[in-house]
Design a binder for this molecule. Sequence first.
Ligand code: AHR
Length: 646
Amino acid sequence: MHAPRLISATILSFGLLVLAAAVPAAETTMTVHVDRPGVKISPTLYGIFFEEINRAGDGGLYAEMLQNRSFEDDRGDRDQKPTKIPGWRLVVGPGAKATIGLDQSEPLNPHNPNSLRLEIANNGHLGMPGAGVANEGFKGLALVKGASYDLLFYARGSKNGGAVAALVDDNSESLSEAKLIRDIGPQWKQYHCTLTATKTTAKGHLVLGADSPGTFWLDQVSLFPKNTWKGRPNGLRPDLAQMLADLKPSFNRFPGGCYVEGNRLANAFRWKNSIGDLAQRPGHWNLWGYRSTDGLGYHEYLQLCEDIGAEPLFVINCGMAHEDNVPNDKLGSWIQDALDAIEYANGPVDSPWGSLRAKAGHPAPYKLRFMEIGNENGGPVYEDHFRQFHDAIKAKYPEMLLVANTPVKTRPMDILDEHYYNSPEFFMQNATRYDAYDRKKSPKIYVGEYAVTQDCGQGNLRAAVGEAAFMTGMERNSDIVVMASYAPLFVNCGWRQWNPNAIDFDNSRVYGTPSYHVQKMFSANRGDVLLGLDFQTPKLKSSLKGGAVGSMFAVASRAAKSGEVILKIVNAAGAPQDVRISLAGLDGKVKSGTVTALASADPKDENSLDNPNKVVPQESPLADAGASFLHRFPANSVSVIRLSVE
Ligand code: AHR
């Protein structure tokens, strides 16, 4: 009874198989309407956001090599009297006897109350120095053989004497000639010498001692590589600054983030404390758990923006911290800070603040156009503070574009900042979010912070795919979304406070996470005008005009100057996808094409300090580039296709 039924079922299935083989499989198709240009893509769409978090600046981008250079690091968030001396240790050679401690008896200046006291009872007989202090930098000084380092420090002594400075490794083996610095007297004075490394190592230390017994005081001890980004004094670490320049950011938001707010107003970022003589900058405790030198201050930030071709977007504290607020009727000095920041950046050289910019070496204005009022602030207090900042700034500088944190009702918002931290799926689901924004009612949007923060390891491919899907939506709607920046930017791997980040580093190495590479791919491949796109997959029997279908997301644009057609395509599926791409209404012939793809064997794959190039984009020519071609997009991939048209 059962056997014949089985046979007939087999025959039926075989018949269907033959039929299936005869009819070509339906394809996913993407039609790019070259003759249907859409909105202009905002030239400021892709930028960066630098925040002092994870030792992004101190111990990172800021090239100062010594930790706790002014001996204030242990003051903590309530400005306690410090007891510990992070970064420093006593070095006592054979036969020597010495002690160290913090001292407030005769401060270098009122902003720098603590100095280091070194009491040498006996300097021993072997080695120079016999007794002194050593600084380990940020988990070792990264020294390069033949490279020179400027040592600058303030010192005074109980009697006239000399100091000895040298670079050593973590076994106290010499890594430079020992330099003698003479004439240290009873008054604070600044001293300088240059040390040249004899070996390359990431485990260097600086040793600074005295040539004879006595009591010595040290403060503002700084070791700077001569080789900084673009040779700027008080400059930046070249490898990290290069990572920023490679992103070709059109703007740079600074300094926060929660950093600008502070836990309390007492430790908010105040830009006026971050300019001028380094020894006079008080520094401040930041809410990410360490003290900032403010050596990478407002001026250095503006200079960085200029050096990487990014417009500054400066965030001003609007009198709101995490735990306290300035009363509404006492905002005067906080609003004045905003006005003065604009004058410092843009004012003439004979204006009070513009003259300080000129004195710092930059007479030309920095052309600050964007200012954000607070960070992630909201509610009735924000409504009132925003209104007051808005009115004062617009009265004096009507051309300034002001960014609001949350929707305000009583004043117009030039731009509204939105932040998103979520799962890859959230970002994919929100790839069409801005399609629905009301063009008449919505303010321009700045997606000031966004990142996949769930199921992301320390920054894996899947996270980057989720962000890329979302970015296709921002680009497609860049009449509304005029600016966007991933966050956070940097992490020193030894001080990870937030996960994940775009750029990971230690004292001598750096790599970009897959998210960094997506940022770079989108920013480096910008079109000027959006192109119409029909994306269809028969499997889902659906078509979304615009660019998201199933697990695929896309955006198309055209570069005005070169005429190139640029496609950004994300395949978030776990299997490769074949797509037939057709250019409709083309005004010429496709000459050639390239594809740059970010993919890897496993969506959980990440880069690391030891394997920095595991997930990096690969560029190859597009063999069958034409008005219609079939392309296979790898599983979990982000691809950029550029087509040259003649
Ligand atoms: O990017 C890290 C933090 O996330 C920022 O400081 C803050 O604005 C946000 O909550």
